[in-house]
Design a protein around this ligand. Sequence first.
Ligand code: ADP
Length: 490
Amino acid sequence: MQYIIALDQGTTSSRALLFDQLGNFVGLAQAEFRQIFPQKEWVEHNPNEIWESQMTVFEQLIKEHHIKAQYISGIGLTNQRETTIIWDKNTGEPIYNALVWQDKRTNDICERWKKGEWSEKVRQKTGLVIDSYFSASKIRWLLDNIPQAREKAEKGDLLFGTVDTWLIWKMTKGKVHATDYSNASRTMLFNIKDLCWDSELLNYFEIPENILPEVRNSVDFYGNFRYQETNIPILGVAGDQQAALFGQTCWQAGTAKNTYGTGCFMLINTGDKLVVSEKGLLSTIAWRIGSKVEYALEGSIFAAGAAIQWLRDGLQIIKKASETESLAFQSPDNHGVIVVPAFAGLGAPYWDMFAKGAIFGLTRATTQADIVRATLESVAFQTKDVLELMLEESDLQLPHLQVDGGATANHFLMQFQSDILGVPVQRPVCLESTAAGAAYLAGIGAGLWEKEDLVKRKQIDKIFYPQFSETQRIEKYHLWQEAVMRILTK
Ligand code: ADP
């Protein structure tokens, strides 16, 4: 038996997952690492702790499953995106902690960058909006604030990488300084049309090109990781959301996945077509395999699982997230209650940062179950808002929606999602889509399987088929849209 190991380096934990030669998920090891909050809105990780935790779980996985290194055909790597590390290539030591994607210390740098035509230029070139979320302003902050960083960078002594690049460099003992197209496209420095680091942006942002990694295909040879006197090749790399899209086998234009966690992360494959959104969706490279680049549109929903947490911790009308399912089934048509959980404003397609949440349609007969049900429905409505925008801007049709994440355990939510979208919702047996994506990429690189084999072997746990009539769907969605209109501040 041959295996693939996926390393899934996430925001709060490092994981290693084992897949067999048919692409089946076998087991995993996981370790959390330190979150560092030096001050308000600053979020850091220690790059050496990231590396050590990743190695710990790798070894733990191998030991627990009694796998010899020679039976590992390859490693697939997926990672928290945008998080920025700069290190000295001579000593191998980071010049500062990793600035995590959530870190907001560079908001003011981004505000300055938004001058004149630059917002539009950045959008056209990188598919992104100027924001502290992406790597560019974090690199700039490190070069400006860490003593001697800029001089060293100009002398060619420093290297920048997102977490994939850092781990590849460590695994290859400093031989390979590379990233893949999906990760590069989240730096706000990569021209996703021309497929190169954009010199005009680098000039404007004052970032020297020599610190940037080489950009390679998502299926490629990234060097060997030497373990137990064996060379294990690193063969697949993708940022976490793109890896999840790949892992959900969303390989045709129009196929989409939604991850229901604290927030929702939705991506739709737009094939070889780069769609630059007019309404605040992000365009990104999904992956590049062979000479073929595929693009995706990405949208997120701030309050999904977070709204369920609010029912539990804020309102305290449930004890556990899983109770919401049976409560929702007890509420026939939620008695007209609509919950709009705009706890952090509203994202795409409304973009109103000042909107506050609201509950509509209360009567003396309103029950706890109605509010619970309406909160679950709000997750599905928000998903529809983003998906409709994606379909409109890309001019694509959605055959079905692939789902994963913690809240997909909720039957009510999944059924209602299908009802309100009017397409089937498919939940796979293996909910580890992100790691599966990295493993699938590496397995293609190792020649263990072709894409077609993976599609054939894919196991679906459950398909939720739409049960609403067209009229029901329109009426219900209309109520939601009206409620949203009433909380907009402009
Ligand atoms: P994250 O990776 O963002 O922590 P997970 O994928 O682990 O998220 O999903 C956890 C989220 O899903 C929590 O916000 C929780 O409230 C919600 N959740 C978990 N189980 C259920 C359920 N059965 N019904 C509704 N929501 C759920």
